[in-house]
Design a protein around this ligand. Structure first.
Ligand code: G4P
Length: 533
C-alpha cells in the first residue's frame, strides 16, 4: 500500500487521464481530427498547419514542429496535452505504409478508441482490423462518422453497416441535420437539443459558431429546408422505435459503440463530440497480471505502487544515435525520474534514469508520470516487448497477443560467410518483435512474417547497419494466416497453404487468401483458426 497523500495524488491524476487511440482507414480524417483536438484544447489557435502542407501528410515531426513552443509532450508514440479538465494521452497508430505490428501493440496501451469512419465509404479494411484488436482487448470504442459536409451514405445505412460489419450494437448519440452542403447541425438525442453551425473560416481553421435551440424550434429556422426537417424527424422516430438506448455500462464492456456525426474539416459537431468523449471514455482501469505463483492479480492503478509494461520498441534510424527506445505504459502508481524498479523478466533492479518524451527532436526528460501515461526509456538492450517493471516485483502483466501476419518471406544473408552475424542479428530482432519468426514443421528453414512491409524494411536496414549483413528476401505467396487450435495432423489443409510453428511453438497456418481461410474453417469444424495468438 502507498501512503495516503500519494494515493490521493495518483487517484486525481489517474481520474483525469484519457489514454486512447484513433482507429481508422487511411484518409478517413484521423489527422484532421487530431488537429481539431488541439484546436479545441486551446493549444493551437488556427488549424490547417498540417493539413495545409502542400500534398503532404502529417508526420510526427510536423506535430513536433507545430507544438514545440506549447509544451505538448510528444513521444514518437504518444502525445500528451490537457483538454478542458482532462489530460489526454493520444497514442499514435501509424497507418498507410507505416502500418505494422506496432500499430496493433500500441492499441493494447489504450483505454479507449475513437473509430473514425468516412461517411461516403463506411467501414473499411484497416478499420476492421484495428477494431478486431479493440474487441479482443475489450477496449471501448466511440464511433465518429466524419465528412458529413460532403455527400455520403444515408446515416441509417451507416449505422447498420457498423453493426453488421463489426458485430457490435451502435447507439446514435446525435443525429445529423442534412448532409453535404445541407449539413447544418446535429440533434442531441438525449435532450432533443439542436446545435446549428455557422461556417466561420475556410477549412475550419478556427472554432465554429454554434447556436443551440430545442428540436421543437427547428421548424422556425430558415436555415433548414422542409425536406431536411422531415427526414430528420423520420429518422429520429425510427431510432426511437428501434430502441437501443445508450448504456455507458454496455459501452465500457465493449458491447455498444456510441455513434456521433460530424465534419472534422469544418468543425461541425466536433466540440460536442470531444466533450462526450471525455465524459464517456474511461480513465485508466485495473490491468490483469499473473503472479509468480501462477495466481491472477488485478493491478489497480491507484492502490498499487508504480508498475508499467513495454508495448513498443523503436530502433533509432539515425546512425548518430544508435540507441533504441522502449515505450512503456504506466499502469499503476506514480513514476519518478531516477526511480529504481524491478525488471521482472531479468530478475534485476534497474534505475530509470533517462525517461523522456521527444519534443521537436529534442529529448526532454520526464520528471513524473501517472497511470495511463506513456514514457520512453533509452533502451540499452534491457527491454523486450511485453516486459513488466514495478517497484514491488512478483508479477507479470498478461503477455501481449501476436497479430495475424499478412506478408511472409524467407530471408538469408547475401554472403554465406556472414551467417553467424546474421543469426545473431535475427535472434535479437525477433526478440525485439521487429518481425515474427516462424519455422516449418517439416524443415528447418526460418521464415519471417509481419503485418506490414515496413517491418521487413526495418529488419533489413538494421541487419545492414547494426550487424553489417546484407540480406535477400524471397517473398512467399500468402496473404493471411491464423493460429490453429487442434491436432495439426488431422487438419485438412486447403491447397496453397502452409503449416508452421511460431516462436512460442504454436501452430500457424498460412493461406493464399481469405477465401482459402474460410474454406479451411468450413472443412475443419473440429479445429479453431484464431486471428490472434
Ligand atoms: P487520415 O489522417 O485519416 O489519413 O486523414 P486526413 O485527416 O489526412 O484526411 C484525409 C483527407 O480528408 C484530407 O484531404 C482532409 O482534408 C479530408 N477531410 C478530413 N476530414 C474531413 C471532413 O470532415 N470533410 C471533408 N470534406 N474532408 C475531410 P486531402 O485532400 O487529402 O488533404 P488536404 O489537401 O485537404 O489537406
Amino acid at each position: 500500500m502507498i501512503n495516503t497523500a500519494l494515493s490521493a495524488e495518483v487517484s486525481t491524476a489517474a481520474a483525469r487521464r484519457r489514454t486512447f487511440a484513433i482507429i481508422s482507414h487511411p484518409d478517413a480524417g484521423k489527422t484532421t481530427l487530431t488537429e481539431k483536438l488541439l484546436l479545441y484544447s486551446g493549444l493551437i489557435r488556427t488549424a490547417g498547419m498540417v493539413r495545409g502542407r502542400k500534398g503532404g501528410k502529417a508526420t510526427a515531426s510536423d506535430w513536433m514542429g507545430m507544438e514545440q513552443e506549447r509544451g505538448i509532450s510528444i513521444t514518437a508514440s504518444a502525445m500528451q496535452f490537457p483538454y478542458k479538465q482532462a489530460v489526454i494521452n493520444l497514442l499514435d497508430t501509424p497507418g498507410h505504409q507505416d502500418f505494422s505490428e506496432d500499430t496493433y501493440r500500441t492499441l493494447t496501451a489504450a483505454d479507449s478508441a475513437i473509430m473514425v469512419i468516412d461517411a461516403a465509404k463506411g467501414v473499411e479494411a484497416q478499420t476492421r482490423k484495428l477494431f478486431a484488436v479493440c474487441r479482443l482487448r475489450r477496449i471501448p470504442v466511440l464511433t465518429l462518422i466524419n465528412k458529413m459536409d460532403v455527400p455520403g451514405r444515408p446515416p441509417l445505412d451507416l449505422m447498420t453497416e457498423v453493426e453488421q460489419a463489426l458485430n457490435i450494437h451502435a447507439s446514435a448519440i446525435n443525429w445529423p441535420i442534412g448532409s453535404g452542403d445541407e449539413f447544418i447541425g446535429i440533434v442531441n438525442r438525449a435532450d432533443s437539443q439542436v446545435e446549428l453551425f455557422q461556417r466561420t473560416t475556410h477549412g475550419g481553421a478556427t472554432k465554429v459558431e454554434v447556436r443551440t435551440m430545442p428540436l421543437a424550434a427547428l421548424a422556425q429556422s430558415e436555415r433548414v429546408s422542409p425536406d431536411v426537417l422531415a427526414q430528420v424527424q423520420h429518422d429520429l422516430e425510427l431510432l426511437e422505435i428501434a430502441g437501443n438506448p445508450f448504456s455507458r455500462e454496455a459501452f465500457l464492456q465493449g458491447e455498444v459503440t456510441p455513434v456521433f456525426f460530424a465534419s472534422a474539416l469544418t468543425n461541425f459537431g466536433i466540440e460536442s463530440f470531444l466533450d462526450a468523449f471525455v465524459r464517456l471514455a474511461p480513465s485508466p482501469g485495473a490491468r490483469l497480471a499473473d503472479r509468480d505463483d501462477g495466481s491472477e492479480l488485478s493491478v489497480d492503478p491507484v492502490t498499487m505502487p508504480f508498475s508499467a509494461y513495454v508495448f513498443k520498441l523503436q530502433a533509432n534510424m539515425n546512425p548518430k544515435h544508435r540507441d533504441s527506445t522502449a515505450f512503456l505504459r504506466v499502469c499503476s502508481g506514480r513514476f519518478e525520474r531516477d526511480m529504481v524498479v524491478k525488471h521482472h523478466r531479468l530478475d534485476k533492479e534497474i534505475r530509470l534514469s533517462r525517461p523522456h518524451s521527444l519534443v521537436a527532436q529534442e529529448r526532454s526528460t520526464v520528471e513524473e508520470a501517472f497511470p495511463g501515461d506513456i514514457i520512453g526509456i533509452i533502451n540499452p538492450g534491457l527491454f523486450a516487448i511485453g516486459d513488466t517493471i514495478s517497484t514491488t516485483g512478483g508479477f507479470n502483466f498478461k503477455p501481449l497477443p501476436q497479430f495475424q501476419p499478412e506478408i511472409f518471406a524467407h530471408i538469408r544473408p547475401s554472403d554465406v560467410g556472414k551467417r553467424k552475424s546474421f543469426d545473431k542479428g535475427m535472434w535479437q530482432m525477433t526478440q525485439e518483435g521487429t518481425v515474427q519468426l516462424m519455422r516449418s514443421l517439416y524443415a528447418q528453414d526460418p521464415l519471417i512474417a509481419a503485418v506490414g512491409r515496413l517491418q521487413f524494411d526495418v529488419l533489413q536496414y538494421r541487419l545492414r547497419e547494426e550487424y553489417r549483413v546484407e540480406t535477400v528476401l524471397d517473398a512467399l505467396p500468402f496473404t493471411c494466416s491464423a493460429w490453429l487450435d487442434g491436432d495439426p495432423m488431422t487438419f485438412k489443409a486447403p491447397s496453397a497453404s502452409m503449416i508452421l510453428k511460431d516462436q512460442r511453438d504454436r501452430v500457424v497456418v498460412l493461406f493464399s487468401d481469405q477465401l482459402m481461410k474460410t474454406i479451411a474453417r468450413d472443412r475443419n469444424p473440429g479445429h479453431t483458426l484464431r486471428d490472434m495468438g
